[in-house]
Design a protein around this ligand. Structure first.
Ligand SMILES: Nc1ncnc2c1ncn2[C@@H]1O[C@H](COP(=O)(O)OP(=O)(O)OP(=O)(O)O)[C@@H](O)[C@H]1O
Ligand SMILES: [Mg+2]
Length: 266
């Protein structure tokens, strides 16, 4: 049984279909990355899974629970938490208070333990415990956003572009922390335009373009996929896969291009 199973999600904004029959699954303890160019529908997908947006069509199962009719708070109670794009920390509150806010579901007696977990993963935050969160650097704010999600002890964390705007060193720092959380048993869905970093970290990935899943597979195989390379080398969004049948684990015959050469599409 998958930790998260998304089947046939379709989502429209007015007359525009931005997700079309999207299915993916994540096994317990896996990091799965969803990569794709601007406007592919990645944020919409995470928002529908976490029910920040209503689910219009399709189903979402979390472990053995069908959450398709759940509201956002029930999805959180089922153990699935979204870390939205843009590190939405409460700027006028201290680091500690932001973390304590994230603990509303955990008993008061566990609070010190939970703070300890966050400070062990992100030692940078501990001396800044009383600092206003709005005065943290971008990287520190991202650490705080992940920390605040950690303290409610989710089983599944959905992260929307945690590396956005960070230096390469900080990207590695955040990715390293996610790797540690996976080692502790957390299941992670990572949306990234930084395909190189995401494919290095994750176990499996899905390529999404114009609202559809175009390729999936283990990250090392996906990194060599011509479609992934085409999208990330700045080509036009791929709209048809008729001539490119996809199977998980497919290997291409073309000369490989290192995934570290991936570029954010313009
Ligand atoms: N509230 C909305 N109303 C109308 N259209 C929307 C809304 N939110 C998103 N869209 C459109 O849906 C499409 C998918 O957007 P989404 O934000 O999910 O893409 P994304 O893959 O996360 O892109 P990016 O990599 O730039 O973050 C885009 O064309 C976007 O303009
Ligand atoms: Mg997005």
């Amino acid at each position: 049984m998958s930790a998260l199973e998304v089947t046939g999600l379709t989502h429209r904004f007015g007359r525009a279909t931005v997700l079309e029959d999207v299915s993916f699954h994540v096994d317990a303890g896996e990091i799965v990355t969803l990569i794709g160019p601007n406007g592919a529908g990645k944020t919409t997908l995470l928002n529908v899974v976490s029910r920040a947006l209503p689910l219009q069509k399709g189903s979402v199962r979390i472990a053995d629970v069908d959450t398709s009719r759940h509201r956002q708070a029930q999805v959180v109670r089922a153990g699935c938490l979204l870390v939205p794009e843009g590190r939405q920390v409460f700027a006028s509150m201290s680091v500690r208070d932001n973390l304590v806010l994230g603990m509303y579901t955990c008993p008061h007696s566990d609070q010190d333990d939970q703070l300890g977990r966050v400070f062990a993963l992100f030692p940078e935050l501990e001396p800044r415990s009383r600092q206003l969160s709005g005065t943290l650097s971008g990287g520190e704010q991202q650490m705080l956003a992940v920390g605040r999600a950690m303290v409610s002890s989710p089983r599944i964390m959905l992260l929307d572009e945690p590396s956005l705007g960070l230096s390469p060193q900080l990207v590695e720092r955040i990715m390293g922390a996610l790797s540690q959380l996976r080692d502790e048993g957390l299941t992670i869905v990572l949306v990234e335009q930084n395909a190189a970093a995401a494919l290095r970290l994750a176990d499996r990935g899905y390529l999404i373009s114009t609202g559809r899943v175009l390729a999936e597979g283990p990250c090392d195989v996906l990194a060599e996929d011509p479609l992934v390379r085409r999208v990330y080398l700045g080509g036009a969004p791929v709209r048809s896969t008729d001539d490119l049948p996809r199977t998980a684990g497919s290997v291409t015959q073309q000369a490989p291009i290192s995934v570290t050469d991936s570029r954010r599409p313009t």
